[in-house]
Design a binder for this molecule. Sequence first.
Ligand code: NDP
Ligand code: MG
Length: 383
Amino acid sequence: MTENLSILGSTGSIGTQTLDVVRKLNLSVSALTAHSNVEAMEQQVREFHPQLAVMFDEQSAKALKIKIADTDTRVALGMDGLCDAACIPSADTVLNSVVGMVGLKPTLAAAKAKKNIALANKETLVAGGKLVMNTIKENNVKLYPVDSEHSAIFQCLQGCPEHKALQRLILTASGGPFFGKTKKELENVTVTQALNHPNWSMGAKITIDSATMMNKGLEIIEASWLFDMPADSIDVVVHRESIIHSMIEYIDNSVIAQLGVPDMRIPIQYAIAYPKRMESPVKQLDLTEISRLTFYKPDYDTFTCLSACIKAIKRGGLVPAAANGANEEAVRLFLDNKLKFLEIGELVTAAMNNQPDCQIYSLEDILNADKTARQFVIDNVRC
Ligand code: NDP
Ligand code: MG
């Protein structure tokens, strides 16, 4: 079980919920990182006394340094700072909850520094799957999923007889705010409508990914790497209530599921406390209160991001990195009201089609594919 954590992205939705778990379990924190939220970082430094606080943004790092000059916490900045936080000697686990591809280098740095990794930052596995998994294996460290679906599968797999007994992974999806809508109805949806998730309160980027169902596509790729399963053996079922967090199926067609109220503190705590089970402030599940659990097939024609990700993992190589990079850029533009909702899927698909096939690649190639896909989106925005 983890005793000392470094938390990357500590001011975000997952980061603050992780600190809630840290409080309850009375753990130590060696490093905290954020992008530019100086106010939240100052509060966290004063409460958790880390050795290192990192602001990715340079001006924010300067501002934080002044604000916490009376503490013993050192301030660093940028990608070097993030990687320092990922390697800090006193932490045994790095919880990576930054949003986006920016999390890739720190994940690799953490593995090389022999840290176990609790991973929320799914973009890391989507863009750099093979490289990340190889680095994890070579350094003999553990990778614990924080994403609720992958934590559910990981929990279901405890006691699994052997990998070859596993036949299928079944990822559940809430369907987001636009479940059941037609393409026509989605043409003019607003940022506010897309940010209105029915079940989960999350950061803006993943909330938009849930609305487009890109999130589920990214999760198929994430699951494929984490559990060494081909995309054909990973199914998605829309489950509006978000009570079953995912399932596994054995070759005898027996299905095992993990259930709980939708609260990320359960998977966060499991990733940190593994293999222990600890008490938690999360509400108990009362199935009679919920009374009905429903299941539907996803609409792959309307939610083109989902079908794009399935194609991306099947093509392999740098195509998932291109899909992810294009999506990050398209979501940024959508949040800035510079892109229409349906254009996100169109641009992700087009950027993937623009990415040549290749099976052998380096970190530099991944970063280049990401950059090219982002530029492709910028060059092809209509308005
Ligand atoms: P948030 O946007 O709430 O938080 C992101 C965190 O990363 C913040 O601390 C932010 O700092 C920091 N950050 C943002 N951009 C950068 C950057 N360029 N460089 C360095 N740090 C940066 O995101 P979430 O917590 O919702 O999501 C984090 C990750 O976890 C994502 O990959 C998401 O897909 C995944 N995830 C999230 C779930 C959720 O319930 N929220 C569920 C499952 C997975 P600042 O506050 O200063 O901007
Ligand atoms: Mg998830």
